[in-house]
Design a protein around this ligand. Structure first.
Ligand SMILES: Nc1ncnc2c1ncn2[C@@H]1O[C@H](COP(=O)(O)OP(=O)(O)OP(=O)(O)O)[C@@H](O)[C@H]1O
Ligand SMILES: [Mg+2]
Length: 606
């Protein structure tokens, strides 16, 4: 079973040092914001306004209190009498304005963030699905889908939230500091003197807290892997009666996670109580000092109160910055990985087949000239060696040979999933590399070795072969594929839902649905990679008949494990170790003394 820590596969975005380089890389995000730049600018404006109104509120509160006290001294002259009633009305007006501003801020940021991120998601998906096959061979599917979900969520969070918080924070800090300095320079300095202490202690604690937090995360991911693996492979667990073993594995993983989390909690507890003591200690000192000033008449009660409130704003903002910083680090990590995908080369498929420049109609002649091939991931392992053959249109070619001989690989080359490392594949007299890949694949159908049905109805699964087919055509294809009868035996007929959450079809039934799908596509060239699992003779006969229908009037390549399938083939190629060992008709091959085909045939008769 594939093992992997979620941290590697990207459940949690990695943190990246904030450097000029990484910042430049993340500029990609702004490209996605560009279509919404006016709305985004407006949103930023509302943030500034909202910071302003929030900060104005305590000042008005102070004015109200002081004017009731009769100790209000304004730094400027007003053309009208400032009564408590007027101040209260002004405050209510400010609150109303604040309401409007807050609404616009949240609304606009959501609008811009959601749209920009949706664009990014669509881009990445389009990019992913048009990647060549070897891109997928080198990566885990879990990793890829996590990039689409986890990394983009991280980015979204930053766009819709962290950027706004950052701007607000800066404004709050500047206005707040300015105001408390204005109220009392001495008190401000006294208050600010605790900051270096907090920073130092915070620095020491946060490093240890982060290390433990990461370990906890890894441990949690490990236990997640246990759950995922065992639930996916539940039949394995049960056949080997390994429930007790898995329970033990899970418990152990959870226990060590808990002890880590508790250690982390203890550290955080120490830190939080230290912070509270320092901050409130400083406030007590400052208020004590301020109370003295008040007694001397150097400070009004409203001033003292406003000072405490603004200090709380400033302190809260500073604490928030630490969190924001780590958010930004994570986002940089996420953007880097997303960019990695976006800059990889995709396959030259045309996404909209109708817009193909010129459609080259295949006749069905196929030839391989000295084809050699090794997979990009294992270049030292030649899978096909010097394969040459040619097939006239409408002929039936069978490929047989031991497991691992390279049969499925040969089929992949025909579909252009990979490029041969040497030699030329030609369709009719045209070099395969000169035919647009979409054009080629449109005229080839594959019934693969392991058939995957999509979650959906049987009807939809057959119609996947040709989306514009009508109901009569779908049913006709199902009839020819010998699938109609078993489909109709389900209470919901063609509307029966199959796939992961639906009815499980048997191997033979799945094969016939796949054959119907291929029939509907009506390809010039047919590729059939026979399933290795054996069918009972009844369904084998039905599949056989369906195949005969499918192969009529087309060039077909059939990878066969049951030699009975291919007795009538025009040519049988015996592949071993990536080379063609023998080729000819059934009779010709049986006549070869000590031949491989003869040996395989004799094995199956026994
Ligand atoms: N994506 C891949 N990357 C690297 N090597 C691969 C890949 N797919 C197959 N191979 C290797 O290529 C060789 C041929 O594999 P292939 O699937 O073509 O065999 P096959 O003849 O279809 O076997 P079977 O009868 O079991 O289906 C094997 O050694 C296999 O390990
Ligand atoms: Mg195979």
């Amino acid at each position: 079973m594939a093992k992997g820590r979620y941290t590697e596969s990207g459940e949690e975005s990695p943190k990246v040092k904030i450097t000029r380089e990484s910042l430049r890389e993340s500029a990609m995000i702004f490209g996605y914001l560009k279509p919404y730049r006016f709305k985004f600018a407006a949103a930023l404006g509302f943030i500034a306004l909202s910071a302003g109104t929030t900060m104005a509120f305590p000042y008005l509160l102070k004015t109200l209190i002081d004017s009731a006290h009769g100790s209000l001294i304004l730094p400027f002259r007003l053309p009208f009498q400032l009564t408590t009633g007027r101040i209260a009305v002004a405050m209510m007006a400010l609150l109303t304005l604040q309401m409007l501003i807050s609404f616009m801020r949240v609304y606009l940021f959501t609008l811009v963030g959601e749209n920009a991120v949706a664009d990014m998601r669509k881009d990445i998906y389009r990019k992913l699905i048009t990647m060549p096959m070897d891109f997928f061979a080198n990566r885990r599917v879990g990793e890829l889908s996590s990039r689409i979900t986890a990394d983009i969520s991280q980015i979204q969070d930053t766009v819709t939230n962290a950027l706004a918080e950052m701007l607000r924070g800066f404004l709050t800090l500047i206005i707040g500091l300015g105001l408390i300095l204005y109220i009392s320079v001495k008190m401000t300095l006294l208050m600010l003197s605790v900051i270096p202490v907090i920073l130092l202690v915070g620095f020491i604690f946060s490093k240890r807290i982060r290390t433990i937090a990461r370990e906890t995360q890894d441990q949690l991911a490990d236990s997640g892997t246990v759950v995922q693996e065992t639930l996916q492979g539940i039949s394995n667990v049960k056949t080997f009666t390994n429930e007790w073993y898995e329970i033990g594995r899970y418990n152990k993983s959870i226990t060590s996670m808990v002890s880590l989390a508790i250690r982390n909690g203890r550290l955080r507890g120490f830190f939080v109580s230290f912070l509270l003591f320092t901050v409130f200690g400083a406030i007590v000192l400052v208020v004590w000092y301020g109370a003295g000033l008040m007694q001397q008449g150097a400070l009004s009660f409203g001033d003292l109160m406003a000072f405490v409130v603004y200090t709380a704003f400033v302190g809260g903002t500073m604490a928030g910055f630490a969190e924001l910083y780590s958010q930004f680090q994570k986002t940089l990590g996420a953007t880097q990985r997303v960019r990695e995908i976006l800059k990889d080369m995709e396959e030259p498929v045309s996404i909209n087949p109708e817009t193909l420049p010129e459609k080259y109609k295949l006749k069905g002649n196929v030839s391989f000239a000295n084809i050699s091939f090794s997979y990009p991931s294992r270049t030292d392992n030649p899978v096909l060696k010097d394969i040459s053959f040619s097939v006239d249109k409408g002929r039936q070619v069978a490929i047989v040979g031991p497991s691992g001989a390279g049969k499925s690989t040969l089929i992949s080359l025909l579909l252009g999933f990979y490029k041969p490392t040497g030699g030329t594949i030609s369709f009719d007299d045209k070099n395969a590399v000169d035919i647009p890949i979409t054009n080629l694949r449109q005229q080839i159908a594959l019934v693969p070795q392991d058939i995957l049905l999509f979650g959906g109805t049987i009807y939809e699964n057959i119609a996947y072969g040709r989306h514009d087919a009508n109901e009569a055509e779908v049913m006709e294809a199902a009839r020819k594929a010998n699938a109609h009868d078993f489909i109709m035996s389900f209470p919901e007929g063609y509307k029966t839902v199959v796939g992961e959450r639906g009815v499980k079809l048997s191997g033979g039934q799945r094969q016939r649905v796949a054959i119907a799908r291929a029939l509907l596509k009506d390809p010039v060239i047919l590729l059939l990679d026979e399933a290795t699992s054996s069918l009972d003779s009844e369904s084998e006969m039905q599949v056989q008949e369906a195949l005969q229908n499918l192969m009529k009037n087309r060039t077909s390549f059939v990878v066969a494990h049951r030699l009975s399938t291919i007795r009538n083939a025009d040519m049988i190629m015996v592949l071993e170790d990536g080379m063609i060992k023998e080729s000819g008709t059934h009779e010709e091959l049986l006549a070869i003394h000590e031949g491989l085909y003869k040996y395989l045939a004799e094995l199956q008769i026994r």
